[in-house]
Design a protein. Structure first.
Length: 319
């Protein structure tokens, strides 16, 4: 009986099966706790980028990750990844998105206006919406097609009036789909409608020779005879569990008023930029929630959160 049991366990180990669910569950919980309570959490997350196929682009990938995490906030952020064809825009968006559980995101390469309403009322609420490549067209029709996405980003809901018929005749019905959403898209276009652009953070990917060399080297390393395969599924499971562990909190920023006095205010666009800065600070605080207690039921952002936000936002805000 014991020999049969040991044989079964050996076969299970060779197949990669779980022979003891309790031990496995305990091990996974410890891995999650180590990640969530790591003082250098943002660096541990950055290490996962390489493992899902993103080479370099550290701050760009981090910012997209923080934007996607902001889905849990009252005022989530939006990002557009820009650069020439072949630079890895979709790879970066999709690679970062792979670290988020399926239930937290909606990936749609193409959207119609009708498709945004033919879904349950709360379909978009606190989700990540990732769309395909932005059209290059700059005509009024394309501008109108983007209007609903703009509304979902800034107004946190979309609505339309439709006529429907019942037994008493025709009547008008107001259809509403609630957000908010965190949003991501990419484009090779040189110009983007101003109405869209001022709602999004811009990330420009590195198309320089050294970055291209780094990408080529990363690809070449996977062909080494001694190359050990990375257990990507285990990495994804860990990061999905981490994102699922995050809870929504009311977040307070003790230094928000000082920032309001220090940031430039010459242009009206500064109003939206300021909210974007605060949102990124909030999202970073949210990521570190397992390392902090609550004060009056609120999560308190720190100067370290701002320092990381500043590092990630310097180029996008001045783009």
């Amino acid at each position: 009986m014991d020999r049969t049991s040991n044989s079964t366990k050996k076969k299970a180990r060779r197949k990669g099966l779980k022979t003891n669910p309790r031990e496995s569950s305990s091990s996974e919980k410890k891995r999650l706790e180590r990640l969530a309570k790591d003082p250098n959490l943002d660096q541990r997350i950055a290490e996962a980028f390489e493992q899902v196929g993103i080479t370099g682009e550290g701050n760009s990938a981090k910012l997209v990750y923080v934007v996607f995490t902001s889905r849990l906030l009252a005022n989530p952020a939006a990002v557009v990844v820009r650069g020439p064809s072949g630079v890895g825009k979709s790879q970066l968006l999709n690679g970062v998105a792979s670290l988020f559980p399926a239930g937290s995101k909606i990936e749609a390469m193409k959207l119609t206006q009708a498709s945004l309403f033919n879904v349950p009322d709360d379909y978009f609420r606190h989700k990540i919406l990732i769309t395909g490549e932005r059209k290059h067209a700059t005509d009024d029709v394309t501008r109108d097609q983007n209007a609903l996405i703009r509304q979902l980003i800034s107004e946190k809901r979309i609505s339309r009036m439709v006529s429907v018929q019942d037994e008493s005749g025709w009547l008008t019905k107001n259809i509403i789909r609630e957000g908010p959403i965190a949003y991501g898209e990419c484009t090779t276009a040189d110009s983007i409608f101003e109405e869209d652009l001022n709602r999004m953070l811009q990330v420009f990917l590195n198309d320089g020779e050294q970055q291209t060399r780094n990408v080529m080297r990363a690809t070449a390393r996977s062909y080494r005879p001694s190359h050990a395969k990375v257990d990507v599924s285990s990495i994804l499971e860990l990061h999905h569990a981490f994102q699922e562990s995050l809870q929504r909190h009311d977040i307070r920023i003790p230094f928000a008023e000082q920032l309001a006095d220090l940031l430039p205010a010459e242009k009206v666009e500064s109003r939206r930029i300021f909210q974007q800065v605060l949102t990124v600070v909030e999202a970073i605080a949210l990521l570190y929630q397992h390392q902090r207690g609550l004060q009056n039921d609120c999560l308190i952002a720190t100067l370290d959160d701002y320092a990381l936000a500043r590092q990630l936002l310097l180029k996008p805000i001045h783009a």
